[in-house]
Structures are given as C-alpha cells and as structure tokens.
Design a protein around this ligand. Structure first.
Ligand code: HAS
Length: 563
C-alpha cells in the first residue's frame, strides 16, 4: 500500500461518506427490482409484493437506480477522493456540497416518481412513454450536480499544472478527468432532449413529440454514458490493480492513450443503437458502425496492458512457465479483497466485449436487436465489471473515509466470485433465449411463459428458468455485500481524528514512457468536436427531414393516448 496520504476536512469526509452510503441503499432497491424482473419474466410473480406495480414499473426502478443514479454518485465520490489525493489539493467544499445536494435532491425526486408509478418509462425514457415532469426535473438536477463536481476539479487541475509544468499529470487524474469530459459532452445531448422536448411535452405545453429525434438525442447521450460507467472502473484497473497484485503497470503511455481514445471515440457512435430505426440513412449507420469498432480499440489495448501487468505480478510472485503466473495472483488473499472485485470483473468483461462486437456488426445486430441477448450483453459489461469495480471501490472508500476496518473479509472477498457465477448463468440464459427470438423488455410471464396464452413459447422456457437461477445467485451475492458494507459502516472507528486521512494503492509503471503528446487534453477535445459534427449532422438532418408530426403521450398500461 502507498504510504502517501491526504487529509480531508470533517465536512468533506462526511459528504463523501454520504455520497457512498446513500446510493448504496438505492442500489439495493434497484437490485431488488432486478430480482423481481427475472421472476416476472418467468411468470413466477405477477405483481411486486413490496413495491407494488408490474414488470415495467420494476424495470424502470431497476434501470434508473442501478445504471444512472448509483453510477453517477460513485463516479463523483471516486473523483472527489482520487483527484485531491493525487494532486495534493483540497476540494472546494462549497462546490462539493452543492453538487452532492443537487444530486441527492434530484435522485429522490426521480426515485419517488418511479415508486408511485408516475414515471414508468424505463431507463431510456423513450417517448411516447411519458413521465411526470418531476421525474425529468429530478434527472436534470442529478446531471447538473455532477457538472458542478466536474467544474470544481478543473481549477484544481489547472493550478496543479501551473505549479508542476514539467510533471506528468497522475494517470488516475487523467482517467477521472476524461470520465467527466465524456460525461459532459454526452449530457449536452440529453439536456437538449429533456429541456426542449420531454419537459414541455410532459408539462402539457405542447401536445406532440418527435419520437425519432428524441431517440436520436437519447443515444447521442446513451452510448457515451456506457463509457462514463466504464471509465472509473478502468481508472481502478490501471491505477490500483497492478499494485494490489504486487506488480507494476506494464505501460503508463498505454493507459494515457486509452483514456484519450475514449474521449475521441465515445460519442460519435450512438447510432449503432438505432441500426434498426427508420429515418436514418444506412450510410450514416455504417459510419457509426466503423467508429464503434474504433471505440473497442482502447479496450483491446487495455486487455493487453492489464494482462501484461498481471503477468509481471504473477512472475514476481513465483509463477513459472507460460501460464504458471496466472495461478500465483492473489485471488483468495483476504487482505487483498479489493483485487477480487477487479479481476472477476475483467474476466466477465472478456465476454461482455465479445458480445459488444457482435452487436456492433450490422448483420449480426439484425439477429439480436431487441432480443434478450441485449440484457445478456449489458449484464456482462455494466452489471459485471463496472458493478464489481464500483462495489469494491465503494467498500474501499468507505473504509478509508470513516477509518473503519472492512468487516466480514472472507465474505467480502467471496462476493465477486459468487456474483460472477450468477451473472454468467443469467447472461447465458438471456443470450441463448435471445438467439431463439426471446424479446427483451417484455413481461414474458404474462404471455410467452404462460401455457394458457396463445403466445406461449415452450422453446424459451429452459432459458427463462436458467436466467432465474442466475438472477437469484446474483441477488444473493449483493445481499452478502450489503451486509458486509453496512457492518463496515457501523464498525468501531480505528481513528480518533475527526478528519479523514486517506490513501490509495497507486501502481508504479514498469515502462514510464515520456508520452509528451498525450499531456494536453485540448487537441483530443477538438478532434472529438469535429467527429461529432461530422457524424451527427447528417443523422440529425435525416431525422428532422424525414419525420413529420409527432406522438401524443402514452403509458405502458394503456393502448390509448394519455390526452
Ligand atoms: Fe454495449 C448495447 C456495442 C461495450 C453497455 N451496451 C448496450 C446496452 C448497454 C451496453 C447498457 O453496437 C443496451 C442499451 C439499451 O438499453 O438498448 N458495447 C458495444 C461495443 C462495446 C460495448 C462494441 N456496452 C459496452 C460497455 C457497456 C455497455 C463497456 C457498459 C459499461 N452495445 C453495443 C451495441 C449495442 C450495445 C451495438 C446496441 C445493441 C442493440 O441492438 O440494441 C465495446 O466497447 C466492447 C470492447 C471490449 C472489449 C473487451 C476487452 C477485454 C478486457 C478484459 C481483459 C481481461 C483480462 C483478464 C486481462 C474488446 C479489457 C485476464 C485474466 C486473468 C485471470 C489473468
């Protein structure tokens, strides 16, 4: 462990602890919603016994709380801790609190609307499904809160740069800043969608909405959103994992290049979610498809760099022969429990990545689009590597900020492995069923899994049941984690100080290349802007010129418009 430490005031310590604890409670509500999804799909339940409501309400709660709220809070909490620690500069307390309060108020508003059934619009909130205005306002506050956090990091970074003109920016800071650059650019599109389209329509100021334009703006945001989830996990893989394995990061330059490539390629690819949509020319879909393969490159570089870093660590720990190093890594070392969250996620991501490349290929996409294959894919990405890295990171941060010992270490260590078994079973069931045509986002239990229904599909049943088994195992892993997390929160503090003194396991590079050309963010942001203009101008033009009129609002429960 690094001996470097950084001191946070009592107020910032409390804020950061809240930013980790509150979303953990919301995550649990969301994960419970996930369990309910598998049971709904299999026809085991028809209504949620605790929260009431049907499949679609539960799916909205599951998606929004887990994929949008928990992830945004964690990214801010990690940046709030890692940037000051790495630059040795204090966070601006006023801005940090403003951001935390905005995010909290926004999440509570959106969460409440979903809970009372006024926002059953799923996490993509595609019109013509309509939510209560407070749902959209809540999400807007969550995003603005995260922007305030980002705005507070910029002066810290610039003043550090001024004071240290010859030093390389710490890799962890490069990673966290790229995370928020991608986020900021992406959220501009959803801000336009919400402020100029969804909100006026939901308030009744306009009657109709252009569904295709709203979907296009959503995916302009929605694809980079997945890299906003992935990048904090990559920061932990690059910065912490080699050190946790007693090794070094194989190449510092590879890490920097990867983060810059995500800035450039994360945004101009969103149309791969709309390959099957009308109104967009196929030549522009091809262009986005090519960029989608480009955005897989930084992950392929990551696979190589991390494997090389792990090999170095395994050999240092006595591994011999071609693969002997693999067996020497600290998978079951209780003191290195954090390593298990990172390595399990990486192994899952091999399959998440492969399925992503399948999705990106136009012809293959025609087979899997809107089938259960897609949730299979994203449980091997956002609900695999990202979730596990964020759970490990949350446990680490809370233990550091509250100076509490991690409790139930054996159980804590076992969570990622139990979860991995669950997610592989779950995703295999979903993907196999998807290849047989099993749809996603459908209350299967109410129709296809019901032997009395004309829609009954006996071929899908084994795969629906396999998904239930996987879903239950995933849920059990998260319950164990939540118990260990709160046992840690309520443990006796190891420090008498009111402030928090925190440290991180920062890896040293094995090859520390100068990489001067990667020091400045500006050229990469300029290239990004050019690519976005080139790739999205024709898409938006096509959508605007080939659609006319709009749609009245609907809810999933009713075949007639709401007004
Ligand atoms: Fe995706 C749909 C394509 C990555 C999330 N994706 C989704 C959706 C979500 C999502 C949520 O092209 C559903 C959206 C919805 O609701 O409709 N995705 C890709 C591609 C990648 C990709 C090409 N996706 C992600 C990540 C996500 C995510 C990351 C979340 C965090 N995805 C698509 C497409 C669709 C899509 C289409 C639309 C489908 C449709 O029709 O609707 C790539 O970025 C993947 C690159 C990854 C790799 C893997 C690298 C492997 C690594 C592990 C190395 C392991 C080591 C361990 C070293 C190339 C880094 C060694 C082990 C030892 C033991 C030593």
């Amino acid at each position: 462990m690094s001996t470097e430490t950084f001191r946070f005031s009592k107020s910032l310590k409390n804020l950061n602890a809240l930013l980790i604890i509150i979303p953990m409670i919301l995550l649990f509500v969301g994960v419970y919603g996930g369990l309910m999804q598998t049971l709904f799909r299999a026809g085991i339940i028809q209504s949620d016994p605790f929260m009431g409501g049907d499949y679609y309400k539960g799916l909205t709660i599951h998606g929004v709380l887990n994929a949008v709220v928990f992830t945004t809070f964690f990214a801010v909490a990690l940046a709030n801790a890692l940037i000051p620690f790495s630059l040795k500069k204090a966070l601006n307390s006023k801005m940090a609190w403003t951001s935390g309060i905005l995010m909290l108020v926004g999440s509570v508003m959106a969460g409440f609307m979903m809970l009372i059934g006024e926002a059953t619009v799923l996490y993509t909130f595609y019109p013509p499904l309509k939510a209560h205005p407070l749902f959209y306002i809540g999400l807007t506050l969550l995003v603005i809160g995260s922007w305030v956090a980002f705005a507070s990091y910029i002066p810290m970074y610039l003043s550090w740069r001024k004071e240290n003109p010859d030093k390389k920016t710490p890799l962890a800071v490069v990673g966290m800043l790229t995370t928020f650059i991608v986020w900021f650019i992406a959220t501009l599109a959803v801000a336009v969608e919400i402020l100029f389209m969804l909100l006026p329509w939901s308030l009744g100021l306009v009657d109709e909405i252009n569904v295709m334009l709203a979907r296009t703006l959503f995916w302009m945001f929605g694809h980079p959103l997945v890299y906003f989830w992935l990048l904090p996990a990559y920061v932990m893989y690059y910065s912490f994992m080699p050190k946790l394995a007693d090794g070094k990061l194989f190449s510092d330059m590879a890490g920097r290049l990867v983060f810059m490539m995500f800035v450039v390629f994360s945004v101009p690819v969103g149309t791969h979610h709309q390959y099957m949509d009308p109104a967009i020319g196929s030549q522009w879909k091809l262009l986005h498809g090519v960029f989608t393969f480009a955005v897989a490159l930084p992950s392929l570089i990551t696979a190589f760099t991390l494997a090389a870093s792990l090999e170095y660590a395994g050999r240092k720990r006595g591994g011999k022969g071609l693969f002997g190093w693999i067996t020497k890594l600290p998978y079951f070392d209780k003191e290195k429990w954090f390593f298990s969250y990172l390595i399990a996620g990486l192994v899952i991501f091999i399959f998440g990545g492969i399925s992503g490349i399948v999705n990106a290929s136009y012809q293959m996409n025609t087979v899997v689009h809107n089938t259960a294959w897609i949730p299979g894919h994203f449980h091997l990405t956002v609900a695999g590597p990202v979730l596990l890295a964020f759970l490990g990171g949350s446990m680490y941060l809370i233990h550091q900020f509250l100076s509490k010992p991690v409790k139930m270490k054996g159980w804590t260590l076992s969570v990622p492995y139990i979860y991995t078994i669950g997610v592989f079973i779950f995703s295999w069931g979903m993907m196999r069923g998807g290849l047989l045509g099993m749809p996603r986002r459908t209350n299967t239990g109410a129709s296809y899994a019901n032997p009395d229904s004309v829609l009954y599909q006996p071929d899908w049943m084994p795969y629906i049941d396999i998904s239930v088994v996987g879903g239950v195992i995933m849920f059990i892993a998260i319950v164990i984690y939540i118990v260990a997390f709160f046992a840690t929160v309520f443990a006796k503090s190891e420090s008498t100080e009111e402030e928090a003194v925190i440290t991180f396991p920062i890896s040293e590079p094995l090859h520390d290349e100068p990489s001067t050309w990667l020091r400045n963010f500006k050229p990469f942001i300029i290239i990004t802007a050019i690519l976005i203009i080139l790739s999205y101008t024709p898409v938006i033009y096509d959508v605007v010129t080939s659609t006319y009129g709009g749609s009245l609002p609907y809810s999933p429960d009713s075949p007639v418009p709401l007004r």
